[in-house]
Ligand binder design. Structure first.
Ligand SMILES: Cc1cc2nc3c(=O)[nH]c(=O)nc-3n(C[C@H](O)[C@H](O)[C@H](O)COP(=O)(O)OP(=O)(O)OC[C@H]3O[C@@H](n4cnc5c(N)ncnc54)[C@H](O)[C@@H]3O)c2cc1C
Length: 400
């Protein structure tokens, strides 16, 4: 019989990590340790976004870690960013998801933005002065992005945007948003119903919260992923200066995909952290309950540990490819699906093994169970990701 299991994150035991990556991991651990558990529980229970914590995270360099120093980034790599996400997710740190989206929004500005956009938005994002959010989903356009109905019409020096975006992480707290809208010739005060049913004309815009015609709509009280200011945003004749078009007209899908290919790897890292957290929580509860871990539980814990490691391997392989300049959509999708499904399975199994103690918020297992469900849905549902993997196998590399 085992007295206990030492599960202290095996990511740090990888022989492949460089000194710099290990140093980011230690920094992330120190930061996570400095946040009291009571704060973590409160932001979930009360659904409050901790802007102060986000700003503190940016002071540590986490807010622009994988970007060059030119515009305030830290010149780190994506593997390091995944390591901090895994660490933050293990403790359900209230800043984790907003930070992931914040990086997701800077990526397309680096890739598609002009110098003016880069100097204005990237520096402010790196320092934490600005928080960014990514606005693609609409009430009628989730998986089906071709149904996107938010319209953008050029009138003089401004694009006039009309439409509603829903379930936007950091939506209620952000300073600027990467908004996907369909450029049309005709100005209408409401978005065309049903959208254009194609990806034609979809374009990306940098929309500031302070722009005329922009408003934050309802705040969502969700099962999981609470405390990230997830809200609707509403644009009613919202005036966006034409220089805030990101990339070219019609390049919106390309812009969104460049973000999502990396974002899915971030989610995989977060889900690996959830799974590790649930495994550690279960081992702690089981050994404290009986003074030792019963052999009846060995099979389950071993299986859970294997799933965590499989997620970690795929995740860091995908992150490493990003660092090599070979961002791989298919591998990113595989990592996201494997890691979020594993986090769901492991947290569910952990609750079964631990009985009533697993339901106590302080062990974070029940929170991870609730959050992991969302991980299977956002940034492309796991069902859709599996369909894309098949298309990729069939040779359609343009799939996303
Ligand atoms: C916590 C949370 C945070 C989010 N944050 C953001 C954000 O910051 N920005 C943003 O833009 N969006 C965000 N979203 C929205 C998210 O990306 C969408 O929920 C997701 O893309 C799925 O869209 P949907 O909810 O409309 O579901 P639908 O697309 O309606 O899908 C419903 C079900 O049908 C299945 N399905 C759909 N189409 C097909 C098909 N062709 N074949 C087979 N099955 C299909 C799906 O897999 C799913 O199981 C967030 C969502 C959540 C839950």
């Amino acid at each position: 019989m085992l007295q206990s299991i030492d599960l202290a994150s095996s990511a740090s035991q990888s022989p492949f990590l460089t000194d710099e990556q290990l140093s980011w991991l230690s920094k992330a651990r120190r930061f996570a340790d400095s946040v009291p558990l009571s704060d973590v529980l409160k932001s979930d229970a009360e659904n409050i976004f901790r802007r102060d914590l986000f700003e503190d995270a940016c002071k540590e360099g986490f807010g622009a870690l994988p970007f060059p120093t030119t515009y305030g980034g830290c010149g780190g790599d994506y593997v390091s960013f995944c390591l901090i996400n895994e660490e933050f997710a293990k403790r359900c740190l209230p800043v984790m998801s907003s930070l992931g989206v914040h990086i997701l929004c800077q990526e397309p500005i680096y890739k598609f933005g002009d110098d003016k956009q880069k100097s204005k938005y990237l520096r402010a994002a790196a320092s934490g002065k600005y928080l960014a959010a990514f606005a693609l989903t609409e009430p009628q356009a989730g998986s089906d992005t071709a149904a996107l109905a938010t319209s953008a019409t050029l009138v003089g020096d401004h694009y006039v945007l009309n439409g509603t975006k829903t379930f936007i992480t950091s939506g209620g707290a952000a300073d600027f948003y990467i908004v996907m809208a369909r450029v049309t010739d005709k100005l209408s005060s409401t978005a065309p119903s049903g959208g254009g049913q194609s990806n034609q004309g979809i374009s990306a815009f940098i929309v500031e919260r302070r722009f005329e015609g922009f408003a934050v709509g309802q705040k969502f009280e969700m099962l999981g992923m609470r405390g990230y200011a997830t809200c609707e945003i509403v644009m009613s004749d919202c005036l966006v200066p034409k220089e805030n078009l990101l990339g070219m007209v019609g390049e919106g899908r390309k812009v969104a995909l460049s973000s999502l290919a990396q974002g899915r790897v971030t989610i995989a890292a977060q889900a690996t952290g959830w799974a590790q957290g649930a495994l550690e929580g279960a081992a702690k509860i089981l050994s404290s309950k009986n003074g030792q871990i019963d052999s009846l539980h060995h099979y389950h814990l071993g299986h859970m540990a294997m799933l965590v490691e499989a997620s970690r391997t795929l995740t860091y392989q995908a992150a490493y490819k990003i660092d090599c300049g070979q961002s791989d959509y298919n591998l990113a999708a595989m990592a996201k699906v494997q890691a979020t499904d594993a986090a769901m399975e492991i947290s569910s199994q952990a609750l079964s093994l631990c009985g009533e103690m697993g339901f106590q918020p302080g062990y974070l297992i029940e929170r991870i169970f609730r959050d992991a469900k969302a991980g299977q849905i956002y940034e492309g549902t796991n069902q859709i990701q599996r369909m894309l993997m098949t298309r990729y196998l069939a040779g359609d590399e343009a799939s996303s």
